[in-house]
Design a protein around this ligand. Structure first.
Ligand code: FES
Ligand code: FES
Length: 166
């Protein structure tokens, strides 16, 4: 089998792997790099459990060839925060009851992290659009949307506090 050498950045660390032309980014992350936070769900680009950010945009890593990531920047859920210091979004998702079985959670975290990095005050429609490629079988989505709204409210109150101090 012919293999290809691919160098790319994963969670701010330069990585180099040998892959077959068809190896998916999800397989490379989980099996070669030991990053198992991205989940194997449908493996057909439908459920979003495998969502990672490629150059800051969410992609389904189960259908994305690793070879196409050469020279690019990948971020996985392991790169969003430390285990003992979850991001504001992760904290809000736990508080709101968005994490039930948790299988879908890494994918939602990645889609919503990308949203909050490009928009600090998304409305419900923007939030729903951002998670339109992520499926959750447990929550009914309301708690997930409420978690994002809680983060947006935290941003707003910390901005107000900073303005008051200025
Ligand atoms: S596992 Fe990739 S979209 Fe479902
Ligand atoms: S929390 Fe179970 S699938 Fe989303």
């Amino acid at each position: 089998m012919t293999t290809e050498h691919v160098s790319f950045t994963v969670n701010n660390v330069e990585r180099a792997v040998e892959v077959s032309g068809s190896e998916t980014l999800l397989d490379t992350l989980r099996d070669q790099l030991g990053l198992r936070g991205s989940k194997e769900g449908c493996l057909e680009g439908e459920c979003g459990a495998c969502t990672v950010l490629l150059d800051s945009r969410p992609i389904d890593s189960c259908i994305y060839p690793t070879a196409a990531c050469a020279g690019r920047e990948v971020r996985t859920v392991e790169g969003v925060a430390q285990l003992d210091a979850p991001s504001l979004l992760q904290q809000a998702m736990v508080r709101s009851g968005s994490v039930q079985c948790g299988f879908c959670t890494p994918g939602f975290v990645m889609s919503l992290t990308a949203l909050l990095e490009r928009e600090s005050n998304p409305d419900r429609e923007a939030i729903a659009n951002a998670i339109s490629g992520n499926i959750c079988r447990c929550t009914g989505y309301t708690q997930i949307i409420e978690a994002v709204e809680a983060v947006v409210a935290e941003y707003a109150s910390s901005n107000t506090a900073q303005e008051a101090q200025a």
